[in-house]
Design a protein around this ligand. Sequence first.
Ligand code: ZN
Ligand code: ZN
Ligand code: ZN
Ligand code: ZN
Ligand code: ZN
Length: 364
Amino acid sequence: MVRSSFPTLLFMFFATFVFLAADAAVKNDEVIDVDAPVDVSKVKAPDCKQCMSTGTENCPDCKGSGVSFNVPVPCPICDGKKTFPCTKCDKDGMVKCGKCKTRKINGESVRSIPNPEWKEWNDKYFGKSRDKNTPKEPEKYIKCTYCDGTGKVKCEACGGTKKAPCSRCKGTGTVSGKGPCPACTGAGKVACSACCALDGIEELDSIKVLDKMKKDGLVSNAEYYKKRRLIVAQEKYRRSVIEERKKKKAEIEENKAKAEAEKAAAEQAVADKAAEREEAKDAAAKAVKDKHDSLLKAFGTKIFSPMEYEDKVRALGLSEKEVRDAEKRAAETDPRVKQLFDLKEKFREGRYDRAEYLELLKNL
Ligand SMILES: [Zn+2]
Ligand SMILES: [Zn+2]
Ligand SMILES: [Zn+2]
Ligand SMILES: [Zn+2]
Ligand SMILES: [Zn+2]
């Protein structure tokens, strides 16, 4: 019988304590709803040194002037119309034909140019005696083929449209110049970067409503920035609460995982201890059996008398069956043990009464 020692009891107590504590942590069912609504009704906008709590400051881009010198503005030359009236042609988009002159052909005044055929004819036949086959001399001038005798051709500068692309803006209508600052749309003031600006704040419905009110002239500038300061402060608070919840949730999960590991370790330690005790028990039983075997050997070589042997065996605390099994085994190789075993068997069978048996045993 292996009894629990004091250290073993202490161990079991400690393991149970660890197990119960870990188990409680594992069963912690505190649920954190990260996205639950946050009450911001009591949040006030804090004082701001940067803007003296006005919520607005000078535009950093234009230093509060509202003016930028490098923004697209309507071209001052064409007034943004991209073109201006062509100066090279008349009102009808035509210019004087430069190829012809006014001449009289068959008594009629026409715009004409020298006839190329006449020069050819002249070169070919001049100075030679004319025969019947000499073709008739062509007209020296023909009607102008460039302006069809009208004296006017389409203006090349504007293609007859009378509108020339503006040379200053290259026909785009805009040039880079002095205009309203794009950062503050010319107001010179922007929201205070310390108390009135927050990443993503423009997406909030309340800000969209406020912006529209400002656009529609329903709030003054001062009111706008005052309200905006409050919305930003409330949004900052809301985000911090959600951040805090996320942290707490992660902490609980981490603790749970830790406790689960501790619980498993405690269970394992108890199992290990039990196995250790089982092993110790087996080792103790084996030691007793080994001792019995050596007693049988000693008995066989007559170191012990039968009575001494019986006394020593009794002291080992083995069961009746264990003793019999060991003796039966030893009897197979040891004649003296066989004598003892046979005697004991007969006694067990009731062939002798106790007095007879003891007498026979003493004389063995
Ligand atoms: Zn222009
Ligand atoms: Zn002409
Ligand atoms: Zn023109
Ligand atoms: Zn500006
Ligand atoms: Zn501020």
